[in-house]
Write a new protein. Sequence first.
Length: 104
Amino acid sequence: MYAVIEDSGSQIKVSEGDIIKIDTRELAEDADTVTFDRVLLVGGEGDAKIGAPYVSGASVEADILEEGRDEKLDIWKKKRRKGYVRHKGHRQGFVRVKVTGIKG
């Protein structure tokens, strides 16, 4: 069984046991699971259920494995022969989760 979920403006195809990285979010300190209720499609057993825009009653459960930050991205701006150089760095936060169940 698999599902397509929407999270932070991106669509992710998941099945049970998959480990995915999602954007950081406000979580309680003792939270150990995340529930995704924006399920766009559920398939795998017979016909696929396609939402308009979301499948009603469907959800995906996932266990939180870790929270962290990705590698640093360097952003450079330069204009030749003008002496203009700018440098910025960015590290995006993430939450790594393992999908444990798909309902729907």
